[in-house]
Design a protein around this ligand. Structure first.
Ligand SMILES: [Cu+2]
Length: 168
């Protein structure tokens, strides 16, 4: 779909931490199943924390993703500074993903996904999980606040596939 450049620039500015230009793995590709290689030199701070060092994980949280468009559990409380490993299981027949972020960033990202359905990306704060498969995210919550995790595949976020993380 063609968009006026200005509109597109505005959208991109609204979600500047998305590595949109970077060549990355397609949603659903086999590559997502592999754990990311952690490289401290490449870790970037975001308003909701940063990629976690797998050696510093202090807590593992198992989450189920379902075709009912729900995460279970959908409400988490995490202590500030903790490095958490999310182990995601997709119990459904559809592809699902988990993307961490601020409510504003996730909303902007969901809008972008609607406009650019073929958008390819893979960043430390997201994981795509195939039906019946597992995935993981290792994240350090460095900032206090209320954040979200959501599945931004078209229609899923809108159907309520979103949860909250309170960092205190
Ligand atoms: Cu989903």
């Amino acid at each position: 779909m063609k968009m006026p450049l200005r509109t597109r620039a505005t959208l991109l500015a609204g979600a500047s931490w998305l590595a949109l230009a970077a060549p990355a793995f397609a949603h659903g590709s086999e590559e997502h199943a592999k754990p990311r290689a952690y490289d401290a030199a490449k870790v970037e701070d975001t308003p909701f924390g940063r990629e976690g060092d797998p050696r510093k994980v202090v807590r593992t949280i198992r989450l189920d993703m379902s075709d009912a468009m729900r995460f279970t559990p959908a409400a988490l409380t995490i202590a500030r500074g903790q490095t958490v490993r999310f182990v995601l299981h997709n119990g459904g027949k559809l592809l699902h993903e988990m993307v961490l972020g601020t409510p504003e960033a996730l909303k902007a990202h969901a809008e972008l996904m609607k406009k650019f359905p073929g958008m390819e990306h893979a960043d430390p704060h997201m994981a795509h999980v195939k039906p019946g498969g597992t995935g993981q995210i290792v994240w350090q919550f460095t900032q206090p606040g209320t954040f979200q995790f959501a599945c931004l595949l078209p229609g899923h976020f809108e159907a309520g596939m979103v949860g909250t993380v309170v960092v205190q």
